[in-house]
Ligand binder design. Structure first.
Ligand code: ADP
Ligand code: MG
Ligand code: MG
Ligand code: MG
Ligand code: MG
Length: 613
């Protein structure tokens, strides 16, 4: 498995020299997998979630809550069950970017939606308990999308000096990056090297009553920035200067499809849903110790891992064999890939692919000649404009008939909102689609609610043959809006208001409330659609009741009756007795916030505004 790989990464210079080699063989590997698996059918619905956790060390007397850099020690204990008994392991644990993060999934995928929906939340609760077993008495595991003081001085336990690092980051020391798995540091270093010029990632500070006009603490490492800020007299920005953004946590769900066509339908239909779910799960308003003008992690990560060179970003003339690449490798998808339905529907899909998709023409030709269907060939030729970011010396030479690492290398570093996962040859793992935009929620109740809601959405999309497609440019615009502060309250989103008609092109701007709960005379609403699906299906009363609780949560978030985690965190900070209305989220506020979050997770604190009870 790729995440378990502990090889020796080549230097960036060597990796760069081998980039064409990796792509060439990655493409051959793709063609082999495709030819072996394109007709794979998977009658069993399997699916599963991934949750990323942060380990936090609390110091009660100093009132500090710092990220604890012990995830590898903890991971070793967590993985013992899988190593001893891979067949019966209850959970699978994987490393993540931060040395304070771990990722957990169910040991086996869930099977059949309605049957297994009620096992999702207990599985999450058990996973959290499992981590807790291996924590020190002062440590807790939280599902928090962004640690509020990430990359602030001494944000970790043990504290680290803010000195030179792989990313040349002045804020994020190397030791906070997972060092047992060299892949992560190599990604950091190589992203920086590949890009060539400096990062200027600016997250606007949320202006509060007493926020100073120039926040010098943030800029003290970068004198130029201060000057620029003053001369342009733009509002304050919090800066990141490297790949630090990979240290955020998220919630993902993967669904197996019946066959390739169904996977492509799900891929396309879920893409316009991504910004809506991103806004509903918004959970990260504090960055580098400041309340900011954004509610989500997505764009920050997107900028942090943006390895495009100046010429690829269109800032310098292009040399031969290079492309202008409009998007970061971490971004919303670039094109729809399904190819079903009437000629009219096919034309509509072409029309909706209205943003430039950069492709490698040679690869496109090779894929088409090998018999790969055009939209899939275009999809792969698009993913393959990227260089590999990391290459292990042990993996350079591969037998393309048997191995898939070069393909995986490119595929797994295209971090888009949805991902088409290929079947694994010679296994029963079929065509899958991964839904990737959601921010992780504070409690298992909420995480289960969103995971079950997304699972039910996939069922109504397929059963009712819904069509949510809108132009990709509108999905991109929705992605921007979805991350704004209080997007649910303040923004409208492009939406296909007539999803029952496969060739409908009625794109309307609606609020999230209208999209989720319905708009009289226009659109019945996603939750009423899910409800009617549930009513038409035989399910046990207990299951129905719990699902009803989940849907009520999401309905309440959409209507504004309940708060998103992002707006709850904002109001927690702003009503903290020591908050100075200067946008600063101090060590003490962070300590109290994380303590409160832990109490919510443990069920010892109630927040009716977040959950409705
Ligand atoms: P990645 O990190 O590559 O996205 P993970 O293995 O971490 O993948 O998570 C994949 C998720 O998909 C897990 O929840 C897992 O239970 C689930 N899963 C595993 N096998 C299948 C399958 N055949 N079909 C659908 N989902 C699966
Ligand atoms: Mg992963
Ligand atoms: Mg994973
Ligand atoms: Mg992960
Ligand atoms: Mg994943």
């Amino acid at each position: 498995r790729k995440e378990l790989a502990k090889g020796s990464p080549l230097s960036w210079q060597e990796t760069k020299q081998k980039a064409s080699h990796v792509r060439k063989h990655g493409l051959k590997q793709f063609i082999n997998i495709y030819n072996k698996t394109k007709d794979t059918r998977s009658p069993a619905l399997k699916w599963g979630d991934e949750i990323e956790y942060m380990i936090i060390a609390l110091d009660q007397s100093a009132k500090t809550a710092h990220v604890s850099l012990r995830s590898n020690e903890i991971l070793e204990s967590l993985q013992r069950e899988e190593i001893e008994n891979p067949e019966t392991a209850r959970f699978l644990w994987r490393p993540e970017y931060g040395a304070y993060m771990v990722e957990g999934t169910p040991g086996k995928p869930y099977s059949g939606v309605l049957k297994d929906l009620l096992t999702v939340e207990p599985c999450m609760i058990q996973r959290r308990k499992e981590i807790q077993k291996y924590l020190k008495s002062n440590e807790i595991a939280v599902t928090l999308t962004s640690y509020p003081r990430l990359a602030c001085p001494f944000f970790s336990e043990p504290p680290l000096p803010q000195e030179s690092s792989s990313s040349k980051s002045t804020f994020f020391p190397d030791m906070a990056i997972n060092h047992m798995y060299p892949r992560y540091r190599a990604i950091t270093f190589n992203t920086r090297e590949r890009r060539g010029d400096d990062y200027h990632i600016r997250i606007p500070v949320m202006k509060d009553q007493l926020t100073r006009n120039s926040i010098t603490e943030v800029f003290e490492f970068e004198e130029e920035e201060v000057e620029e800020t003053l001369t342009e007299s733009i509002p304050n920005f919090v800066c990141y200067d490297s790949v630090d953004g990979m240290g955020y946590c998220c919630l993902q769900v993967t669904f197996q499809a019946f066959n390739m066509d169904e996977a492509r339908t799900l891929y396309d239909q879920l893409a316009p849903i991504c910004p809506i779910l991103l806004a509903l799960t918004a959970a990260s308003p504090v960055h580098r110790g400041f309340l900011t003008g954004t509610d989500c992690r997505w764009n920050i990560i997107s900028q942090c891992v943006d390895c495009r060179t100046k010429e690829e970003r269109g800032l310098e003339p292009l040399s031969r064999d290079r492309f202008i690449i409009p998007k970061s490798r971490y971004d919303s998808i670039s094109a729809y890939i399904s190819n079903e339905g009437s000629r009219y529907v096919k034309l509509l899909i072409l029309m909706y692919n209205d943003v430039p998709v950069v492709l490698n023409d040679h690869y496109l030709l090779e894929l088409l000649e090998a018999g790969v269907e055009e939209p899939i060939a275009r999809h792969i030729a698009h993913l393959f404009v990227r260089d590999p970011l990391v290459l292990f010396s042990e993996k350079v030479d591969q037998e393309d008939e048997k191995e898939i690492d070069h393909f995986d290398n490119i595929q797994s570093t295209n971090w888009q909102t949805v991902r088409l996962k290929l079947p694994l040859p010679d296994t029963d793992v079929g065509w899958r689609v991964e839904f990737r935009p959601c921010e992780v929620q504070i409690t298992d109740f909420e995480n289960a609610a969103f995971v079950c809601f997304i699972a039910l959405l996939t069922r109504i999309i397929l059963s009712y043959k819904l069509n949510f497609l809108i132009p990709i440019s509108k999905v991109d615009e929705n992605m921007k809006r979805s991350q704004e502060k209080d997007a649910i309250k303040n923004c409208k989103f492009y939406f296909n208001s007539n999803p029952f008609d496969s060739d409908s092109d009625e794109v309307t701007e609606m609020t999230i409330n209208e999209i989720i709960n319905g708009k009289d005379g226009y659109f019945s609403g996603l939750i009423p659609l899910v409800e009617s699906f549930l009513n038409a299906t035989e399910i046990e009363a207990e299951t129905h009741q719990r699902l009803h609780d989940y849907l009520r949560l999401i309905s309440g978030r959409a209507s504004g009756e309940l708060q998103t985690a992002a707006s709850w965190i904002r109001s927690f900070v702003r009503s903290h007795p020591s908050y100075k209305f200067d946008s600063q989220v101090t060590e003490e506020i962070t300590y109290d916030l994380i303590t409160a979050i832990n109490q919510l997770e443990q069920g010892t604190r109630k927040e009716p505004l977040l959950y409705g009870y």
